[in-house]
Design a protein around this ligand. Sequence first.
Ligand SMILES: [Fe+2]
Length: 184
Amino acid sequence: MILQNVLRMVDPEHSSRVSVLARNFAQALSIPEREAMLIGMGAKYHDIGKISIPLSILQSPMPLTEEQQEVMKRHVEYGLSILSVYHSEEMNVAKTIIATHHERWDGTGYPNQLKGEDIPLVGRIVALCDVFDSLSSERPYKPAWTLGQVLDHIRQERGKAFDPELTDKFLEMICEGVLEGKAL
Ligand SMILES: [Fe+2]
């Protein structure tokens, strides 16, 4: 399947970790098993649109300029465009995740500035898992953060970037070691 080849070209380790984390988080939230599985499968595709972002931006060793950030944000629309011809249950969840994983609880995210529970639950789940894994990992422009730094950041973004109730459950479960993730 062509999509699998595309996935392999866009930080596949990050995609896999976010996928596992999202599935486990959904299970821990008592979301029915079948839905949890679809969330995990859909989460793999959250950044697939980055295939269309120039490598000079993706691999920039410096924090992105405002202009570069605007280009980076377009990975959402590119991802939706790539998946637009697919209509399975898995792909429909993937599209919702792509469209909403950068929305913020306080309404200052992108691309649609959705706020609070207007953001689909799957987008709120993947937003937490994505940030957790991105900060825990080394990137061209930053070293990996320690688990303590990552959890502090997530705590600070409770009610800002993230759904406050989900944040509490996420932190609780990370601390209990229920979730799988490379930082644990
Ligand atoms: Fe993204």
